[in-house]
Design a protein around this ligand. Structure first.
Ligand SMILES: [Zn+2]
Length: 311
């Protein structure tokens, strides 16, 4: 890798492991000394990404998704009675649908997966753009709130995505970013390669791994003020970090696997069954929120940020 794709630094990168998305193409997993980001080198081609994602089934659970949107809607109503909300990587749109049902906010989504887009438009009647955020060409300062939940680690140009989120936000607009803690999230790939001697498959398609300092540097670069920063998924994070015993089968998802062909229209499996009471989902969302710890900690798997675009 000549230049770091996040900070542009040209120094030699430290190789941590060999990694892969598909069974017949491996990359190094490298870390940039300048900004700390850990990523695939080379980054996967669009062809490899398409093979990886088209071979993945998604099991979308409708009711927890909608309840998550309703829960989030409470926060939006506290910010303003109405506004324009964008979910980047909105999948089948259950979260957006939950917000729309519980608030007067106008909701928009962007999603890469064609089958998920078809579902969100056809079944839920949502305004969804298929493709990258850049393809949408939203006007400057169009949104009051931009929500990016577990997307940044999947895309080929994460800096470009953050820059575009900043551009489409109003001055003073809110930005929620959830992203895995890269130090913790990359640990199993390094451990797998170290013990098995073969490239570790990145099972969820993560190609970038962001340490806390890299994220804070990016926020400063793009002009996001940090309102809150939290760490979640502590139990899984403790396992990854070796502070709790790993699950017996932790290596399973890291072994190479052949492509599975998923036909168009079959990439989305929606689970509509077993809707529980609104109380139950409120309790689940409330207790999940309580389990997030203030600050950024390497023993947790997820980082959650509430940011604001500077005025
Ligand atoms: Zn860098």
């Amino acid at each position: 890798m000549a230049l770091c794709p996040v900070c542009g630094d040209s120094a030699e990168k430290t190789v941590l492991a060999q990694v892969a998305l598909v069974h017949d193409a491996a990359s190094d997993l490298v870390q940039c000394a300048a900004c700390g980001v850990i990523c695939f080198d080379p980054l996967p081609s669009v062809g490899i990404l398409n093979r990886f994602y088209s071979a993945s089934y998604y099991d979308f659970r409708r009711w927890p998704g909608e309840a998550g949107g309703a829960w989030f809607g409470r926060k939006l109503r506290k910010i303003a009675p109405t506004g324009r909300f964008l979910d980047v990587g909105c999948a089948t749109g259950f979260f957006l649908h939950g917000i729309r049902q519980s608030t007067d906010w106008e909701v928009h989504g962007v999603e890469f997966g064609a089958d998920a887009v078809a579902y969100a438009r056809g079944e839920l009647g949502l305004d969804i753009l298929e493709g990258d955020l850049k393809d949408a060409n939203y006007p400057d300062g169009y949104f009051d709130y931009v929500h990016v939940n577990n997307v940044l680690e999947h895309v080929l140009d994460p800096s470009g995505l953050l820059a575009e989120c900043h551009r489409v936000l109003k001055p003073g607009g809110h930005f929620f970013l959830a992203v895995p803690n890269g130090v913790n999230d990359s640990r199993n790939l390094v451990d797998f390669h170290g013990t098995e001697g073969i490239p570790a498959r990145s099972p969820s398609g993560h190609i970038f791994f962001f340490p806390a300092r890299t994220l804070l540097m990016l926020f400063e670069r793009f002009g996001f003020a940090v309102m809150t920063k939290k760490t979640g998924s502590i139990k899984r994070g403790l396992r990854n970090a070796g502070l709790l015993p790993k699950k017996k089968n932790w290596k399973f998802d890291h072994f190479p696997r052949e492509d599975v062909q998923v036909k168009s229209g079959q990439g989305v499996v929606v689970n509509e069954g077993n809707r529980k009471s609104a109380f139950y989902y409120q309790y689940r969302n409330f207790s999940a929120e309580l389990s997030n710890l203030p600050g950024l900690h390497d023993f947790g798997l997820d980082f959650l940020f509430e940011l604001k675009k500077g005025l």
